[in-house]
Design a binder for this molecule. Structure first.
Ligand code: ATP
Ligand code: MG
Length: 560
């Protein structure tokens, strides 16, 4: 067997268990590590799933093993091919692949049924006719065992009823098949749990073939066993279900015995991660769709400008443990910033423009500057930016009556650099009838081409970004803030919709971009100098009318 590769994913407690299992004398001595990622196709994947994908696929890669992709579609409600396709697209985008091992849990319905008959014949399962209400009334408590008057019915009777359940003779809820384990167990999951229920409902793949469906706790271990999974990695809420998982594995005639290991879920502040809530946001029109750039979904993050490398780095940095934790959204942003800092071209864009006229620059004249695309990476080359008498600057880079310590443009104030071009000094402004500044006036120093004055004098003002009005492209730019103003909208008992941040989306129109950005295709990411990282929105951009999303601001609010 190949050596494990620690460069891919750092060692965690799951790997310690696996090391023991595959070492000589371990339960999987000499075997390949085989994991699976089992999403339920009832929604789009989110950043929490990205952690599970990282753990499942990443662990398999580390051990040069295999990871299957399995649609966990045993529940016949709310499943959709739209979700199945999107899940595959998102996992591929994150950089993982399952080769030809793509499965549906529903493909195993017949085998699950046969195993259930096997359990009945072995006296390990029985048909119970308690209604769901009676069943919970008979659950007992810590001191009192559960009861069922049907527990000791003859095997033949259970078998006959179970076959008739399958044949559709009984209505929903009339009876269940229960595993015969231990009605007095301190673990309530073992108090003869139902493993099949009647549900006269169409399934998106098996149609009307079935009217009984296996329960998750019964189905999942069988799916794992049939696929030859060695390690079934899942989240902590299944820890109390592991004895049932093991019971199923030990009592069916499948030779493969997978091992379940649980790890803590990922939580992030200022967002929700349950698919039910994400769906409510989409269906209620609170966001534009599953891929709204404010959503914590993989497709939303992708549209926001997140990179697979940033998401993988985030998962790696968070680590894998049994301790539940909520990570700050600002840490996710930090990971993106680190990645884009290396790869994003620096360009100039003005989001809230005001005209700047260089009054001593001749009308009709123009010149070009070559500006490097990345200050630290010459291999990213340079581009040409034009300059003329009429420019745009950010409205906030001018103040008629400057506040203390203001380092930008104000009449007869500090000299400022126009990034990569010339030194200018503001001489005044033009206002409209309402008193709004509509034009800033300045003079340039012709002996400062490139930004440094020939006489070497110190420039005390800021270096401000600008675009040439003659060649600028217009764009719409969307700025995003937390989707929820409350840090913990997902907390139990909270009305998460009441926690929405009304200012989570700000749309700016009439923004001015340097000409090199006019025909950019997604998924290009840029640093708009002084403003943040932005990407092209490939859904809403039209030829000649680009839309940009702010992926993340420049300022890092994450405290290490
Ligand atoms: P929801 O309750 O929102 O529907 P789920 O856990 O039921 O989510 P599944 O599609 O069943 O969603 O999840 C597939 C896999 O992803 C499971 O193994 C699950 O444990 C894992 N997973 C889901 N959410 C998280 C999370 N926040 N952190 C880590 N793993 C997660
Ligand atoms: Mg689930």
């Amino acid at each position: 067997m190949a050596e494990k590769d620690n460069s891919l994913m750092s060692q965690n407690f799951i790997h310690d268990f696996i090391d023991e299992d595959i070492a000589e004398g371990g339960r999987y001595a000499g075997m390949e590590v085989h994991t699976r990622f089992p999403p339920e196709p009832n929604g789009y994947l989110h950043i929490g799933h990205a952690k599970a994908i990282y753990v499942d696929f990443g662990t398999a890669q580390k051990y040069h093993g295999l990871c299957n992709l399995r649609m966990d579609d045993t529940n016949p409600t709310k499943e959709d091919v739209e979700f199945v396709d999107a899940i595959q697209e998102d996992i591929h985008w994150l950089g993982y692949d399952w080769d030809d091992r793509f499965y549906y849990a529903s493909d195993y319905f017949e085998q699950m049924y046969q195993f259930a008959e096997e359990l009945i014949l072995a006296g390990k399962a029985y048909v119970c006719q308690l209604s769901p209400e009676e069943m919970s009334a008979n659950r007992g408590d810590v001191n009192t065992p559960a009861t069922s008057p049907y527990r000791n019915r003859p095997i033949e009777e259970s078998l006959d009823l179970f076959r008739r359940m399958r044949a559709g003779e009984f209505p929903d809820g009339a009876m269940t098949l229960r595993a015969k384990i231990d009605l007095a167990s301190g673990n309530f999951n073992l108090r003869d749990p139902a493993i099949y229920r009647i549900k006269h409902q169409r399934h998106h793949r098996t149609g009307d073939q079935w009217c009984i469906y296996p329960m998750y706790d019964y189905a999942h271990p069988i799916e794992d066993a049939l696929e030859g999974i060695t390690h079934s990695l899942c989240t902590l809420e299944f820890e109390d279900h592991r004895p049932l998982y093991d019971w199923v594995i030990d009592n069916i005639s499948c030779p493969n015995k997978p091992r379940q290991i649980e790890f803590a879920r990922l939580g992030i502040d200022h967002t929700v991660m349950s698919k039910r809530k994400l769906r409510a946001l989409v269906e209620g029109g609170f966001v534009s769709g599953w891929d709204d750039p404010r959503m914590p979904t993989i497709c939303g993050l992708r549209r926001r400008g997140y990179t697979p490398a940033a998401i993988r780095a985030f998962s790696e940095a968070n680590g894998v443990s049994k301790a539940a934790s909520t990570v700050e959204f600002s840490f996710l942003e930090h990971c993106l910033r680190e990645d884009l800092d290396k790869s994003a071209r620096r360009v100039m864009a003005v989001l809230r423009p005001v005209a700047l006229t260089i009054t001593n620059y001749p009308e009709g004249q123009s010149e070009s500057f070559s500006i490097e695309n990345h200050p630290k990476d010459p291999s990213m080359g340079s581009r040409t930016v034009t300059f003329s008498r009429h420019l745009y600057i950010e409205a906030e880079d001018f103040m008629e009556e400057p506040v203390k310590k203001y380092k930008r443009l104000s009449p007869n104030g500090l000299e400022c650099r126009l990034k990569g071009a010339y030194v200018i000094r503001c001489t005044g402004c033009v206002k409209d009838e309402a008193g709004n500044v509509v034009e800033v006036l300045a003079e340039y120093d012709p002996d400062s081409r490139g930004g440094d004055p020939a006489d070497g004098r110190k420039i005390k003002g800021a270096a401000i970004h600008w675009v040439d009005a003659a060649t600028a492209a217009d764009a719409e730019v969307r700025l995003y803030d937390d989707l929820f103003s409350d840090a913990a909208p997902d907390a139990a008992g909270k009305d998460f919709l009441a926690c929405l941040n009304p200012g989570s989306l700000e749309v700016l129109r009439g923004c001015k971009l340097e000409a090199s950005l006019a025909e950019t295709q997604a998924p290009a990411s840029f640093q708009f100098m002084r403003l943040g990282y932005f990407c092209v929105d490939n859904k809403d951009s039209k030829p000649g009318a680009p839309v940009f999303n702010r992926s993340v601001s420049l300022k890092d609010s994450f405290k290490k």
